[in-house]
Design a protein around this ligand. Structure first.
Ligand SMILES: [Fe+2]
Ligand SMILES: [Fe+2]
Length: 247
């Protein structure tokens, strides 16, 4: 089921938008944002019903959707949403994926996080391939204003909030040109993979916290290193990744 949902999304991305990168990224970012909203919705519902409270998880997932929103705004600033067909496809798919992910998250949160881990891995590779194929032309173009504000000049609290892999320190991406912006977006996708890996760990209920919470300072280095290793294995497509995640 999870693989089917991911494969449908990847199929649409590869077959319909293979040679049109900005519309393709626009559709990807529109759809890839809503699962975080689905998780937040369900967590909010649990709090409202008094079942259990995980407010800092909501904050992290909102920060993840806030990060994806800025990817989306960057794609819009590059003209990715200029065609009505792309807008309809993206918005309809987002609506469908939202409700599917609400149901999956209600019954199996780990599967919902695994879905998003796979989507984020796909996004990482898509941007990485794009960067390798268009290096020189991207370096010759300016960074959009929205990217400069999000990555450098604005309030960076929300940018830091979604990055669970604090082991490697605080990221401050360069935004001198469009190439830098796509490097930042690609690296964001890797940070999302790390967060999704951390959320799937069997002890996540105790160990997963907002990067701004005092508890995160108490996370042992081995825990952070395990997340880092599982993320790299997953991105490299290694089979051991799942075992490492579930340890
Ligand atoms: Fe993204
Ligand atoms: Fe993403």
């Amino acid at each position: 089921m999870i693989n089917l949902l991911v494969n449908i999304l990847v199929f649409v991305m590869e077959k319909i938008y293979g040679d049109k990168p900005y519309p393709r990224f626009y559709v990807l970012e529109t759809v890839a944002r809503v699962p975080y909203f689905a998780y937040t919705s369900v967590l909010h519902l649990y709090e409202t019903l008094g079942l259990w409270r995980k407010s800092d998880w909501m904050k992290v997932h909102f920060a993840e959707s806030w990060n994806e929103l800025h990817h989306l705004l960057i794609m819009e600033s590059l003209g990715g949403d200029s065609n009505w067909f792309d807008r309809i496809l993206a918005r309809t798919s987002a609506l469908i994926y939202y409700w599917i992910l609400v149901v999956i998250y209600l019954f199996n949160p780990r599967a919902a996080y695994h879905f998003m881990q796979l989507v984020e891995q796909h996004a990482y590779h898509s941007y990485n391939n794009f960067l390798m194929a268009h290096t020189e032309e991207l370096k010759a173009q300016p960074a959009p204003a929205i990217a400069i504000n999000y990555y450098r000049d604005g309030d960076l609290y929300m940018f830091d909030e979604f990055q669970t892999g604090q082991h490697s320190g605080i990221r401050r991406p360069l935004v001198d040109n469009l190439y830098d912006v796509f490097v930042a977006i690609r690296d964001d996708e890797k940070e999302h993979v790390k967060t999704m890996v951390a959320c799937q760990k069997p002890n996540a209920y105790e160990t997963f916290h907002s990067p701004h919470s005092p508890e995160v300072k108490n996370l042992p280095d081995e825990e952070l290193q395990a997340i880092e290793t599982a993320t790299q294995l997953a991105i490299d497509g290694m089979k051991e990744a799942k075992q490492t995640v579930l340890k």
